[in-house]
Design a protein around this ligand. Structure first.
Ligand code: AMP
Ligand code: GLY
Length: 413
């Protein structure tokens, strides 16, 4: 049973369906068209051998605890463990206790001390909302005036409600980012291959932060870099979780900045990444069920994961994304199954903000609409397949980046 309705859950359900019978709640028109069983029932009223919770909000709300209390096997931390993502202030205190390298920071509930702290920092200024903000709660700017105004707006609760009445101001870290998703069964860790997410809306990593405009995996790192991240970031985190008696069974998604002074943790997410999952799930395919079952039952020690190939995903977002996405634009190029009308090798379309009319017309129905994913033997080949496929789909005002994974091409040359 997969809980959620986005492209991440579509990718999880699609991969799990290679070796298990899958139900999704609530799922989406795109998943149903793709042959996945979607039901509107609450997961606590359903029986399944394994429950995989996709989004952060139900985890923060304690859904995993509810299901475990019913004796169910679940991938996803309980309410307390989910605070690693649910509150950046909690996360930063936790990292300090665990001695995990991260940016220096201050936590503020009032503007005056926050402004005074800003005056002690050099640009760029990094200002974060404490609570969940769908990837949109972070401002990075060189403009002190803008930084001050952002503090005030965030503290007022206007932008993110209660999630935003505390702000974190951070030292800016310079380097390249990497998403390291690590499976954790409370006792052992299994790292998935590193992935890269393209967070800014504009090409060349410019413009507003979004939920993610594309992704690639594997991201090639230096020899031994993943091992160092495991040793300096993930293992101390697991130790601290255990010290706090948190039986963490789920994904620890480390957003890591690779700086000239080593890897520093930007943030933890307590779930699969979106859009990272759209490139990771295809690499594990029919192994994913066994891996996730291992997470749920505490059996990761016996799991050997063998990722195969490379994948790139290009997100097609609605007109006006990320500020004010428009709904209802007709999507051209998809067939009745929600996949490319003219299929392409190695390509799969994961649906996020799409919906299907009774007459079969596909329409935009949210910010990120489709994740066009291609798998191949190399990132370069996956990239060209993904862009060829994306060019076959169109809707008015589509927002997308033409430079997803282009950096990987330079490395390949
Ligand atoms: P977060 O939600 O904390 O991952 O932040 C979203 C994005 O903002 C990150 O992926 C980075 O691109 C950027 N960011 C966050 N914190 C910092 C920082 N301390 N220094 C530089 N960039 C940051
Ligand atoms: N890829 C960013 C996130 O899942 O939060």
């Amino acid at each position: 049973m997969v809980v959620g309705s986005g492209a991440r859950e579509h990718a999880l359900a699609w991969a799990l369906a290679k070796s298990a019978e899958v139900i999704v709640t609530p799922g989406s028109d795109g998943m149903a068209a793709h042959g996945l069983t979607c039901v509107a029932t609450h997961p606590s009223e359903l029986e399944a051998d394994l429950f995989v919770i996709g989004p952060e909000q139900p985890l923060v709300d304690g859904l995993a605890d509810t299901l475990r209390d019913q004796g169910k096997i679940v991938v996803g931390p309980g309410r307390v463990g989910a605070q690693l993502e649910g509150s950046k202030a909690f996360m930063k205190d936790f990292l300090a206790a665990a001695k995990v390298p991260t940016a220096d920071f201050g936590v503020f509930r009032d503007a005056a001390p926050a402004w005074a702290f800003l005056d002690t920092m050099r640009p760029p200024y990094v200002i974060k909302t404490d609570g969940l903000a769908a990837g949109k709660g972070v401002l990075v700017t060189d403009d002190l005036e803008l930084a001050r105004r952002d503090v005030v707006t965030k503290l007022s609760g206007e932008a993110f409600g209660d999630a935003g009445t505390t702000v974190i101001i951070e030292e800016a870290l310079d380097g390249s980012e990497c998403s390291l998703l690590v499976l954790c069964d409370g006792r052992d860790l299994v790292a998935l291959v590193p992935a890269q997410d393209f967070k800014r809306v504009g090409e060349g990593d410019r413009g507003a932060n979004t939920g993610g405009m594309g992704a690639l995996a594997p991201l090639v790192l230096d020899d031994g870099e993943v091992a160092t991240m495991m040793k300096e970031v993930l293992e101390p985190t697991l130790d601290e979780l255990r010290r706090r008696d948190i039986d963490y069974r789920g994904v620890l998604y480390a957003g890591v900045m690779r700086t000239s002074r080593g890897a520093k943790l930007l943030e933890y997410n307590v779930r699969f990444g979106d859009p990272e999952t759209q490139v990771l799930a295809p690499l594990y395919g029919d192994q994913l069920y066994e891996m996730l079952y291992g997470v749920g039952v505490g059996g990761l020690r016996d799991v050997v994961a063998r990722p195969e190939g490379a994948a790139v995903t290009v997100v097609l977002a609605a007109a006006g994304y990320p500020h004010d996405p428009r709904r209802g634009d007709e999507i051209h190029g998809l067939g009745d199954d929600g996949q490319l009308a003219h299929g392409r090798e190695g390509v799969v379309i994961f649906h996020a903000g799409s919906a299907r009319d009774d007459d079969g017309t596909w329409r935009t129905n949210g910010g990120r609409v489709l994740a066009v994913t291609a798998v191949a033997s190399s990132v370069a080949q996956a990239r060209s397949r993904a862009y060829e496929a994306a060019a076959l789909i169109s809707f008015d005002g589509c927002v997308w980046r033409r430079d997803i994974a282009s950096s990987a091409l330079e490395v390949a040359r």
